[in-house]
Design a protein around this ligand. Structure first.
Ligand code: ADP
Ligand code: MG
Length: 700
C-alpha cells in the first residue's frame, strides 16, 4: 500500500511557516489527518448570531458579530483591563473586557475589523459586556453572513492566536489542503458499510465538517464522522476479543464437580437467585469452550456476586486448578478472605491471604504454598497478586469491583504468561452505551435480581437544622439492637481537613450517644487497625461506626440498618449509591440518611433527589452519566475510555450501537481484514488504532 496522503506533513501546505508548524505540532497537529480531524468547535451563521438589542443577562452564552469601533487598555485600581467596543449591523454596540492577556489580545483587534464574540453578557452602565469572551476574527472581505454561509470556528489557544493561527487562518489552511490534495483523501469505509448505515462519503464528510454548504450537510457530516469514530473503537474491541480467543486457549474444564455442588447444596444457607444461576451457567459454558473466559458480571450492590465468584473458583478447583480472588482495598480483601474461609473450610480446602505488611517469614510460607499447590485459593489486592505470586496452576482469577480498573489495567492482568479464566465483577451498573465501550471486549452477565426478602432502603434528606431529629431516629434504631454507619467524605486534595471532620464527628457522637459504643475507621490507619475496627463492628461490639469513604465498596454487615452520609452534597451519585448499598443487606428494613448543606449546587440537588427517588442502580447511573459526562463517569484517570473528538458517548448512543454492529459484522465477514475491499480500512486501522489504547491488537 502506498503511503497515504493523510500522513503528509502539514508544513507542505501553503501558508504554514516552520514557526506555525511548530505551534501546530504542540497542539497535536502534525499530519494532514491531524489537520482534517482538527474539528471546528462552533459554527457561525445567521441562525446562531444574536443582535445586541436581543441580548439578555442570565441568558445562555450568545454569539455577537460586529465591527471593532474602539479598543484600549484602561488603567484600574489594581489591574489594567482591555476593553473592545464592537458595533453590530444594526448599529448597536457592546463591549468585550479582558483582565488577562491584555497586551497580546489588544494587538489582535484593529479598528474596522469584523469579529465574533461568544459568551454570557452582563449589563454594566451603558453596555452589555462579555468578560473574557471566546473570540474570532472574521474575513472582512469574505461573504457576509446574509448569504447563508456557515463559517467554522476552530479551537484556539493563546499560543495559536499569537502565532497567527486564528480560525480564519485554519479555514484558509484547510481550504488549501482540499484544493490541492482533496482528491487524494482515501475512502476508508467500504461501500457496503456506507450504504447499509446510510452514511455520506468520508471525503465529503471531511470537507463538509470544515466548509458546510448547509445545516443538513453539516449534520450528515457529523453523523458520518461520529459513526467512524465509534466504528474504529468497536473494531479494536472486536479484534481484541477475537485475538484473545484465537491466541490464548483457555483451560478446558469439565462439568461442575463435587465441591461445587457441596458448596451450593450444603454450605450455603440459601438458594441462589435465578440471576446468580444464569451467571454461573455462563461461566461454566465459557470454561468448557476451549477459549479463555473474559466475563464481566454486572450486578447491583447486594445482588450477591460474591457467592457466584466462589462457585466459579470451586469449579476451577474441581478441575485441578487454583483460584485467585482480587479486590481493590484491604478491607474488602479481608472480608472476602473471611467469607472464603467460612465457605471453604467445611470443604477441606485451603485459602491464603496476601496483603501488605505481613511478616517476611509468613509471606514466604504463603508464597510457597501457592507455588507448590498446597493453597487452593489466594485472596489479595491486585497489585500484590499480580506482581509477586507464582502459581502452581492458576485456572480462575476473580477481580472484584472491576469498575475501579480501566481497560488498560485489565489488559495487563496476568500478562506474564498465565491465562486463567477471568471473572470480573462490577457493582456499578453502567448504561448500555458505556458498557459497550468500556467493557466492549468482554462477555457480560447481568445480575438484575436481588435475593428474596430484601426491602428497598428508605432514603431521607435532612438539613443541619434537623440534626436533632436524625439523632432521635438513630437512637430508636440502636435501641432495637441495630447498628449504623456514619460516613464522612474524603476529598483527596484536603485529606487532612476531611479527616478532622470525621474525627470531630466521631467525638461528638461519642458524647451524644453515650453509653453506645462509637468507633472510627479511616484510610490513614494501619491495615490491622482497620481490620480490628471492622471486626468489632461485625461482631456487634460497636454500635456506630464512623468512617471515611474507605467503607465504600463491598462491606457486608447484615445488622447494620442505617447509613448516615454527612456532607452528602459533596459525594458523587455512584458513590452515594455504593454507600447506601452497605445497608439493606438482610431482611430488616434499612435506612439511608443524607445530611446536606443548604448551600448546594443545582447538580448536587439533582444527585440528592435522585437518591431519594430511586434505588435502581441503572437509573442512578443514567442520571450520573448525564450529570457528569462520560469522561468523569469512572474518574477520567482510570476510565479506559477513549478520547472521543467528535462523538459524545452520552448523546450519540444511536451511532454507537450502529457502529458496533457494523464493526462486528465486518469481522464476521473478514476476520483479518484481508479482502481487497477492506485494504484502505486495514491500513488506516493499523496506522491509527492498532496497538494504541486498549489491547496490543494485531490484525493477524
Ligand atoms: P454484592 O453483589 O454487592 O457483592 P454480596 O455478594 O456481598 O453482594 O452479597 C450480599 C449479601 O447477600 C451477602 O450477605 C450474601 O451472603 C447475601 N446473599 C447472596 N446471595 C444470596 C441469596 N441467593 N439469597 C440470600 N442471600 C444472599
Ligand atoms: Mg461485592
Amino acid at each position: 500500500m502506498s503511503e497515504s496522503i493523510l500522513t503528509e506533513d502539514v508544513q507542505i501546505l501553503h501558508g504554514i511557516s516552520p514557526k506555525k508548524a511548530a505551534v501546530l505540532a504542540e497542539s497535536g497537529v502534525h499530519s494532514f489527518r491531524d489537520l482534517l480531524h482538527y474539528f471546528p468547535r462552533r459554527y457561525l451563521d445567521r441562525s446562531t448570531v444574536t443582535a445586541v438589542r436581543d441580548l439578555a443577562e442570565d441568558a445562555p452564552a450568545a454569539t455577537v458579530v460586529g465591527t471593532v469601533r474602539a479598543s484600549g487598555i484602561v488603567p484600574g485600581k489594581r489591574t489594567r483591563r482591555l476593553e473592545v467596543i464592537i458595533e453590530d449591523e444594526r448599529g448597536d454596540k457592546m463591549k468585550g473586557v479582558w483582565f488577562q492577556g491584555v497586551h497580546w489580545i489588544s494587538r489582535l483587534f484593529k479598528k474596522g475589523e469584523r469579529v465574533a464574540f461568544h459568551g454570557k453578557v452582563q449589563q454594566y452602565g451603558r453596555y452589555f459586556t462579555m468578560t473574557h469572551p471566546d473570540f474570532d476574527k472574521l474575513d472582512a472581505e469574505g461573504p457576509a453572513l446574509e448569504t447563508g454561509r456557515i463559517m467554522a470556528l476552530y479551537p484556539g489557544s493563546a499560543k495559536l492566536q499569537k502565532a497567527g493561527l486564528t480560525s480564519r487562518s485554519f479555514r484558509r489552511i484547510i481550504y488549501d489542503l482540499f484544493k490541492t490534495h482533496g482528491l487524494k483523501i482515501p475512502h476508508i469505509l467500504p461501500e457496503w458499510i456506507q450504504e447499509r448505515y446510510d452514511l455520506i462519503d468520508g471525503r465529503v464528510a471531511l470537507r463538509a465538517i470544515h466548509f458546510p454548504k448547509s445545516q443538513v450537510e453539516l449534520n450528515q457530516a457529523r453523523e458520518r464522522l461520529k459513526f467512524e469514530e465509534f466504528f474504529f473503537i468497536q473494531l479494536m474491541l472486536g479484534l481484541t476479543r477475537q485475538t484473545r480467543r484465537d491466541v490464548t486457549t483457555g483451560a478446558v474444564f469439565g462439568k461442575p464437580g463435587e465441591t461445587y455442588h457441596r458448596f451450593l447444596d450444603e454450605v450455603l444457607p440459601f438458594d441462589l437467585t435465578g440471576a446468580q444461576l444464569r451467571a454461573l451457567d455462563d461461566v461454566i459454558a465459557d470454561t468448557q469452550s476451549g477459549h479463555q473466559m473474559n466475563r464481566l458480571i454486572q450486578g447491583d450492590v447486594g445482588s450477591g456476586k460474591t457467592v457466584v465468584a466462589v462457585a466459579a473458583i470451586l469449579h476451577a478447583i474441581d478441575n485441578g486448578y487454583q483460584g485467585a480472588f482480587m479486590a481493590p482495598t484491604e478491607i474488602l480483601v479481608e472480608q472476602h478472605y473471611a467469607n472464603l474461609q467460612r465457605y471453604l473450610k467445611p470443604l477441606g480446602l485451603e485459602v491464603r491471604l496476601l496483603i501488605g505488611g505481613q511478616r517476611k517469614l509468613l509471606r514466604e510460607e504463603i508464597l510457597a504454598d501457592i507455588a507448590e499447590g498446597r493453597a487452593h485459593v489466594v485472596v489479595g489486592t491486585h497489585a500484590v497478586i499480580q506482581d509477586t505470586v507464582a502459581f502452581h496452576k492458576l485456572g480462575m482469577a476473580v477481580v472484584d469491583e472491576q469498575h475501579r480498573f480501566g481497560v488498560m489495567q485489565r489488559a495487563q492482568l496476568f500478562s506474564k504468561g498465565e491465562h486463567p479464566h477471568m471473572l470480573l465483577m462490577t457493582a456499578t451498573p453502567i448504561p448500555r452505551s458505556l458498557a459497550m465501550t468500556v467493557y466492549g471486549d468482554l462477555d457480560v452477565s447481568i445480575m438484575d435480581e436481588m435475593p428474596a426478602g430484601r426491602k428497598p432502603i428508605i432514603t431521607k434528606l435532612f438539613s443541619e437544622k434537623r440534626r436533632g431529629e436524625m439523632y432521635e431516629f438513630l437512637r430508636e434504631q440502636l435501641r432495637e439492637g441495630r447498628q449504623a454507619y456514619v460516613v464522612y467524605p474524603l476529598v483527596e486534595e484536603s485529606e487532612k481537613m476531611d479527616l478532622k471532620d470525621a474525627e470531630s464527628g466521631f467525638e461528638k457522637l461519642q458524647v451524644e450517644f453515650r453509653p453506645y459504643t462509637v468507633d472510627l475507621v479511616h484510610g490513614r490507619m494501619f491495615s490491622y487497625e482497620k481490620e480490628e475496627a471492622m471486626d468489632r463492628f461485625k461482631n456487634g461490639e460497636t454500635d456506630i461506626l464512623v468512617a471515611t469513604t474507605v467503607i465504600e465498596v463491598g462491606v457486608d454487615v447484615k445488622n447494620a440498618t442505617v447509613m448516615v452520609i454527612e456532607h452528602a452534597e459533596r459525594f458523587g451519585l455512584s458513590q452515594l449509591h455504593q454507600l447506601r448499598g452497605r445497608v439493606g443487606r438482610g431482611a430488616v428494613q434499612s435506612y439511608c440518611i443524607l445530611m446536606a448543606d443548604y448551600r448546594r449546587s443545582p447538580e448536587a440537588e439533582q444527585r440528592l433527589n435522585t437518591m431519594v427517588q430511586t434505588t435502581d442502580g441503572f437509573k442512578i447511573s443514567e442520571t450520573d452519566l448525564k450529570l457528569r459526562g462520560a469522561g468523569d463517569f469512572f474518574g477520567t484517570r482510570q476510565s479506559g475510555l477513549p478520547d472521543f473528538k467528535i462523538a459524545d458517548i452520552t448523546q450519540d448512543q444511536e451511532f454507537l450501537i450502529k457502529a458496533r454492529q457494523a464493526a462486528f459484522e465486518l469481522l464476521d465477514r473478514d476476520p483479518h481484514l484481508r479482502d481487497d475491499e477492506h485494504a484502505q480500512l486495514r491500513t488506516y486501522y493499523e496506522r491509527y488504532y492498532a496497538g494504541r489504547g486498549m489491547g496490543l491488537v494485531r490484525v493477524g
